[in-house]
Design a protein around this ligand. Structure first.
Ligand code: CP
Length: 307
């Protein structure tokens, strides 16, 4: 029973609960009209303390497509946050007006604090370099739709594995399915944090290797998950400039890959996928962005208890 729950971490829901959300998303994709009024009278608040295109617009269009309404901000300085209001107080107040809240915040753990004070479901829409569970729902729905299931894959995750919150959430989630293997491709400075390596991968005996060059491992991959080097998380611009073009996926590298490998990216991209790759049928990142809206429709319908 998902009604009334919050989603802060990808592990908050069981595999069965995730499957419930994916099955509903499948049905919404097939029969959108049937769901176009189910959230009539419900209001989503989007509290975005950090920039976003996909996550905020997909949440908002998801609620509108369910027949509900939206309020929110994308610029906290236009709100009483600029006067020093805490997350706890903002949440208690917004919860008086809205039925469900999606929140993005630069501080790791802020949505968890919000959930402790909230009377309505809180959805973590990304907290600092920590977690991004609804991007993971998007990624899982995309893999499930295109590959048929979430087991038995070799997944290459390439780029900024240190600050990339989508990476941390995806590894956590995919580690719960059967027989998945990870190849973690990054420069030394952007390796996966120890809490993911030790607490998730090693503790659960998940098969993984770390690599430095994409072209050395691309032939083994069923899924390639490219990521952007997260400029906004660097303390020093020189380091960012040195590392930002560590990996660029282009046609030449793709020639080494399996014909049925799929390429995912949470987006936005900067330089890490050449535009010529967009024409390749293995490029699935724009489909992925669309699935993000459908899975957020399913998630909110479940948390609101309107299905
Ligand atoms: N994937 C993702 O979180 O994109 P936005 O930052 O545009 O929301």
């Amino acid at each position: 029973m998902l009604k009334g729950k919050s989603l802060i971490d990808p592990m908050d829901f069981s595999i069965d609960e995730l499957e419930e959300i994916f099955k509903l998303a499948d049905d919404i994709i097939e029969n959108p009209e049937q769901y176009s009024k189910i959230a009539f009278g419900k209001i989503l608040a989007t509290l975005f303390y950090e920039p976003s295109t996909r996550t905020r617009f997909s949440f908002e269009t998801a609620m509108l497509r369910l027949g509900g309404q939206i309020v929110g901000f994308s610029e906290p300085n236009s709100t009483s946050v600029s006067k020093g209001e805490t997350v706890a107080d903002t949440i208690r107040v917004v919860g008086c007006y809205a039925d469900i809240i999606a929140m993005r915040h630069p501080k790791e753990g802020a949505p968890k604090i919000a959930a402790m004070y909230s009377e309505v479901p809180i959805i973590n829409a990304g907290d600092g370099g920590h977690q991004h569970p609804t991007q993971t729902l998007t990624d899982l729905l995309t893999i499930r739709k295109i590959k048929g299931n979430l087991n038995n894959s070799t997944i290459g995750i390439c780029g900024d594995l240190k600050f990339g919150r989508t990476v941390h959430s995806l590894i956590k989630a995919l580690s719960r399915y059967k027989n998945n293997k990870f190849i973690l491709i990054s420069p030394n400075e952007l390796k996966i944090p120890n809490y993911i390596k030790k607490e998730i991968l090693e503790k659960n005996n998940i098969d993984f290797v770390e690599a430095k060059k994409l072209e050395d491992v691309i032939e083994n991959l069923d899924i390639l998950y490219m990521t952007r080097v997260q400029k906004e998380r660097f303390f020093n611009e020189e380091d960012y400039i040195r590392l930002k073009d560590s990996y660029i996926l282009d046609k030449e590298k793709l020639e080494l890959a399996k014909k049925d490998m799929i390429i995912l990216h949470p987006l936005p991209r900067v330089n890490e996928i050449d535009y010529e790759v967009d024409e390749d049928e293995r490029a699935c990142y724009f489909k992925q962005a669309k699935f993000g809206m459908y899975v957020r429709m399913a998630l909110m319908a479940k948390l609101l208890g309107v299905v």
